[in-house]
Design a protein around this ligand. Structure first.
Ligand code: PBG
Length: 324
């Protein structure tokens, strides 16, 4: 039974009708806002490739957290730029490290805000790699110990969720075991299960000063040609104890989000990354696209593909547009 009995346009005539039958919803409550924290006081340094995003001292990060929360955004995810870097990433698991201080301040000052700590070593190593390096190899098992120490120290500082983004094998199990051994069995793990070796992270690396000094991340991050492997990674992480899994980047990998949503029964997150933000901001600045509409359409698409939550630099802006 086709036309003229079928007229799909009937349900598109008015906004209220369209909203009644919309299959996907998007609200501020689905969003996570990333913050880059650095030492100092009253520091708010704009990231040149990410207009509107800043490297923030802890006091300024608290102000951002407050603002995000008041707009209805439930969570922030923290990245640290430590005062010093070394081969062992000491700043990552220092009880008074930059992320630990920021977590404590945000938990103290902002009511009802979830604070997620990104667990990786690349911001803290002098060579910029995500793990312990020997020659030009990134060693897997010795890195696990440092990642576990990092997660425990972040959780001790008050982090509500830890989110390993390093892509070492076995890190979820190692982190779960270490948390449980430290009376932190209530702290969930959001695993970056399918993190691709992506050029879309360029602006982030400027922001976090984490560009590797030699080589790249292709020996641990995923090959952009693979999707079945993403499902395998997610299943392994869930077996190891991941409470949520993430796909990253988002828009270039919507098929991966979709597959992961079908394959596992835990919440699926997507990271709408720095390069995705930068492209959109740049085109909008030239007047080539309508920033607000492209922003919301992008976020809707990520939700439609199956993401339950979205990490995005647009969190505050989108929350403003979406109301509460
Ligand atoms: C690693 C990490 C990266 C991002 C989040 N966590 C960068 C990388 O793997 O080099 C990228 C996020 C973005 O581009 O917005 N700590």
């Amino acid at each position: 039974m086709g036309f003229p009995a079928q007229r799909p346009r009937r349900l598109r005539r008015t906004e209220i009708l369209r909203s009644l039958v919309r299959e996907t919803d998007l609200s501020a409550g689905d969003l996570v806002y990333p913050l880059f924290v650095r030492p100092g006081k009253r520091v708010r340094q704009e990231i040149s490739s990410m207009p509107g995003q800043y490297n923030l001292s802890v006091d300024e990060a608290v102000a951002e957290g407050q603002q995000a929360r008041s707009l209805g955004v439930p969570a922030v995810i923290l990245f640290g730029i430590p005062p010093a870097k070394d081969a062992k990433a000491s700043g990552a698991y220092d009880a008074h490290g930059i992320v630990q201080e920021a977590v404590a301040a945000l938990k103290k000052e902002v009511r009802d805000l979830l604070v997620i700590a990104d667990v990786c070593l690349c911001e803290y190593t002098d060579h910029g790699h995500c793990g312990v390096v020997q020659g030009d190899e990134i060693l897997n098992d010795p890195t696990l110990e440092l990642l576990a120490k990092t997660a425990v120290s972040q959780a001790r500082a008050g982090a509500d969720i830890v989110a390993p983004s390093d892509m070492m094998d076995g890190r979820v199990a190692a982190i779960r075991k270490a948390l449980d051994g430290s009376n932190l069995e209530q702290v969930p793990i959001l695993s970056y299960a399918a993190k691709y070796a992506s050029a879309f992270y360029g602006p982030f690396r400027e922001a976090a000063q984490s560009t590797p000094k030699f080589g790249d991340r292709r020996s641990h991050q995923m090959d952009p040609g693979n999707a079945r492997e993403a499902v395998k990674e997610a299943q392994l992480d869930v077996e190891e104890g991941a409470d949520m899994v993430m796909v990253k980047p988002a828009l270039p990998y919507l098929d991966v989000i979709y597959r992961m949503r079908q394959a596992v029964n835990v919440p699926v997150a997507a990271y709408h990354v720095s390069g995705e933000y930068a492209m959109l901001e740049a085109a909008a600045k030239h007047g080539w696209i309508d920033r607000d509409r492209v922003m919301l359409e992008s976020l809707f698409s990520i939700r439609r593909a199956g993401a339950d939550l979205i990490v995005t630099y647009f969190a505050k802006e989108a929350a403003r547009l979406l109301g509460r």
